[in-house]
Design a protein around this ligand. Structure first.
Ligand code: PLP
Length: 417
């Protein structure tokens, strides 16, 4: 789907000119397309066809409540990784009883919170955690639905910082310990085993490793079944990649067909936990050029967005497309620029060596920033969090105002005299 397009030389989000958004709300701000989110979810749903499935959107990709509400309306459940994300899903009216709680370090308070909310399942990542959950259920008399998260020791072709299913990563239970862990869980009175899960990495542009992981999990489910441990679902995790530059990620249908093929005739519900796929290309970061700065060595476009709105380049050397909001304006020479933010860090560079024809005051759109941009935002250098805007057709609405510095100060209390 073409979400952000030039119409009459001006970049639009759906039918709204980005200049109008910049004028109305100021910059920097994130601009999301509701129709693109709908399109991506429907793409995935259509791929599943008549098979039993559940989409648990990974809240950490973008947890804005308007986005969660929209995804709930589209029939999604959620994958959460903290008590805070649980509260986000609750506040958005999402169905926690169909949602899953992932993460290697769930605290006692978070486990209690999730039990009280009747969470769909805990995805347990260690024996220690299994014992902790069991002990809490002994105290409270509740039952915890549990799936074990397996580390299938599969390396994927993605950035090492977003690889999660390799042997040396902190995530999941090693393959050779899994059967024993299920046997232990099966004997616990407060635990109800409901599934098996994995999540081997993010921004996967080749579906073969994830299909191989699902094949291994499916075979494990057979061995469990032989021992009388019956599973309801297999969760393939998230990770489906998107195109940032020139990647060719699999189509949703290819990905889902591969997963079904690996599952074979087994009567398991298939869960997926997409994050980036749903929102990544449904958002841009809108920014304004503060100064063009020339030095002997370089030419910089200093913009009003920074690593505090988009951490991915600093965090994993990620590449994001950067285009001017107005195409071909008068009196601009095309040059190579490093597009940098005002934050006092050398890594605060949003794009290196970009060919742009720009001047002071121009607006730029930084692409593919619907996922892991706002949710990784921070207030370093006392920068308020950027506003978030949702576009739907020719309508636009602010879904989170710019952060309020006075509120931030008010929450900081005087020290001891
Ligand atoms: C981050 C995460 C996801 C989402 O990953 P994407 O690459 O955004 O699809 C899904 N499941 C778990 C357990 C995660 O940690």
């Amino acid at each position: 789907m073409e979400t952000f397009t030039y119409q009459g030389g001006q970049l639009h989000a759906e039918s709204v000119p980005l200049e109008e958004i910049a004028r109305t709300y100021g910059t920097p701000c994130y601009v999301y397309s509701k129709q693109a989110i709908t399109y991506n979810v429907n793409d995935l749903k259509n791929a599943f066809g008549g098979h039993p499935y559940r989409i648990c959107y990974a809240v950490k990709a973008n947890g804005n409540l308007s986005i969660l509400r929209h995804l709930k309306d589209l029939g999604c459940a959620f994958d959460i990784v903290s008590g805070g994300e649980l509260e986000r899903v609750r506040a958005a009216g999402g169905d926690l009883t169909k949602s899953v709680f992932s993460g290697v370090g769930k605290s006692e308070d978070e486990i209690r919170l999730a039990l009280d909310a009747n969470i769909g399942a805990f995805h347990v990542e260690s024996l220690g955690e299994l014992h902790r959950i069991d002990r809490i259920t002994q105290e409270t008399g509740q039952t915890a639905p549990v799936a074990l998260r397996i580390n299938p020791a599969i390396e994927v072709d993605t950035h090492p910082n977003i690889m999660t299913g390799a042997r040396e990563n902190k995530f999941g239970i090693p393959m050779e310990e899994v059967l024993q862990a299920y046997r232990v869980a099966a004997k616990m009175s407060g635990i109800r085993i409901c599934g098996i899960s994995c999540h081997i990495g993010s921004q996967l542009v080749d579906s073969r490793p994830i299909i191989e992981a699902v094949r291994q999990l499916a075979e494990l489910s057979d061995r469990l079944s032989d021992e009388g441990i019956k599973l309801e679902y297999l969760d393939a995790g998230g990770g489906l990649g998107i195109c940032y530059q020139r990647e060719h990620p699999p189509k949703a249908s290819e990905y889902v067909d591969g997963l079904w093929d690996a599952l074979g005739q087994r009567s398991l519900t298939l869960l997926v936990e997409p994050g980036r796929f749903v929102v990544g290309n449904a958002g841009i970061l809108l920014t304004q050029v503060e100064h063009i700065k020339r030095t002997d060595a370089n030419r910089f476009a200093v913009v009003d967005a920074s690593m505090t709105e988009l951490m991915r380049p600093a965090l994993y050397g990620a590449w994001h497309g950067i285009l001017p909001v107005r195409k071909e304006q008068e009196g601009r020479q095309t040059c190579l620029y490093d597009v940098v933010g005002p934050v006092c860090e050398t890594t605060d560079c949003l794009g290196r060596g970009r060919k742009l024809a720009i001047a002071d005051g121009d607006h730029l759109a930084i692409f593919s920033t619907g996922a892991y941009a706002s949710s990784l935002g921070c207030t370093y250098n006392a920068r308020p969090l950027a506003a978030e805007i949702m576009v739907d057709g020719d309508q636009h609405r602010i879904i989170r105002p710019r952060g309020d510095l006075q509120q931030m100060f008010a929450s900081e209390l005087p020290a001891l005299e």
